[in-house]
Design a protein around this ligand. Structure first.
Ligand SMILES: NC(=O)c1ccc[n+]([C@@H]2O[C@H](COP(=O)([O-])OP(=O)(O)OC[C@H]3O[C@@H](n4cnc5c(N)ncnc54)[C@H](O)[C@@H]3O)[C@@H](O)[C@H]2O)c1
Length: 298
């Protein structure tokens, strides 16, 4: 009975959300803005400068354009979705948002700075969500007043395609916050799975050691990048190999997550030296045009 009424409250809470804010218009923030707008929400999308913001809006437009070309949506539908996304470089534009999701770079100081500025602008009960891959939601919640309104929504890349959202419950997250976030995930056509606030949550705690081990295999000359990926595609039925997946995620993002896992769990998560070298060389995967595989960027 208690549970039913909580679920009701949560559905009402998620249904009452009209406008969401998304901070960070990169790979993930742009995807989140797109799926929210497709589900009928108004979105205020914030980035730190016009050039970053434009890059994000151009990527969303190109994604929708591909859907038009494939005849999955009409021109009208594309225009409707785009009209629901308002881009801005001024965080004050989040003032009227009913919930805010941050998707800025994976850095604790940056995320704390964003959470602090957002909490100064929005109403005190507005739910604040982080799309962090590895940072503690509990630590982030500690940086704002009313930490019970903070939770994590760990989306997967590419956001418009991947169904899963890990919903992270921080130590202080209230039942209502978690339930509202779970209901919001469903409203934007995702499948939420609730997990506790532990380093790497579930997906990255399992995925990153596999990616790291694939990089060790490559650097030790056990097989080529193509063959390592082929082994896992054909032998383990993975839709893409671990090195292709690392290129998709971004090698800097992979290194950042492994560093957090290494700090928390010790040596078995030690990042492969080759990964550090690739990041130092600016070979970050698809986004830089080259990683373990060539993506046409030299
Ligand atoms: N890439 C992935 O596969 C993936 C998957 C799940 C979660 N994540 C997490 O999502 C978050 C974003 O990752 P991404 O891959 O989208 O990064 P990204 O580099 O593509 O985008 C980050 C964006 O944040 C903007 N930004 C930085 N500081 C800002 C500030 N103070 N105010 C406003 N905008 C700011 C940057 O300009 C950039 O556009 C990270 O926490 C990452 O760990 C990434």
């Amino acid at each position: 009975m208690e549970r039913d009424s909580n679920e009701h409250l949560a559905r009402d809470g998620a249904a009452a959300i009209v406008t969401i804010g998304v901070v960070g218009a990169g790979t993930m923030g742009g995807g989140i803005a797109q799926v929210a707008a497709r589900a009928g929400l108004d979105v205020v999308l914030i980035d730190q400068s016009e050039s970053w913001l434009d890059r994000g809006l151009v990527a969303i437009t190109a994604d929708l354009e591909r859907l038009v070309t494939k005849e999955r949506i009409t021109d009208e539908r594309r225009d409707q979705i785009l009209a629901r996304i308002e881009g801005s470089t001024r965080i004050e534009h989040l003032a009227a948002c009913d919930l805010v999701i941050e998707a800025v770079n994976e850095s604790l100081p940056t995320k704390i700075e964003v959470f602090t500025s957002v909490s100064d602008i929005v109403a005190p009960e507005v739910i604040l969500v982080s799309n962090t891959s590895s940072i503690s939601i509990t630590a982030l919640a500690g940086s704002v007043a009313n930490p019970e309104r903070v939770a994590g929504m760990h989306f997967f890349n590419p956001v418009p395609v991947m169904k899963l959202v890990e919903v992270i419950r921080g130590l202080q997250s209230s039942d209502e916050t978690v339930a509202t976030v779970m209901a919001l995930a469903e409203r934007i056509d995702k499948t939420p799975v609730q997990v506790a606030d532990a380093p790497g949550f579930v997906a990255n705690r399992l995925l990153l050691p596999m990616i790291n081990e694939a990089i060790f295999c490559l650097s030790e000359g056990v097989a080529t990048a193509e063959d390592i990926d082929r082994v896992m595609r054909l032998g383990a039925s993975h839709p893409m190999g671990p090195l292709a997946l690392a290129d998709l995620i971004g090698l800097d993002v992979c290194l950042g997550i492994l560093e957090v896992l290494h700090g928390e769990f010790g040596d078995k998560y030690r990042p492969a030296p080759m990964l550090r070298q690739m990041v130092a060389a600016g070979r970050l995967g698809r986004k830089s045009g080259a990683g373990f595989h060539d993506h046409g960027g030299g």
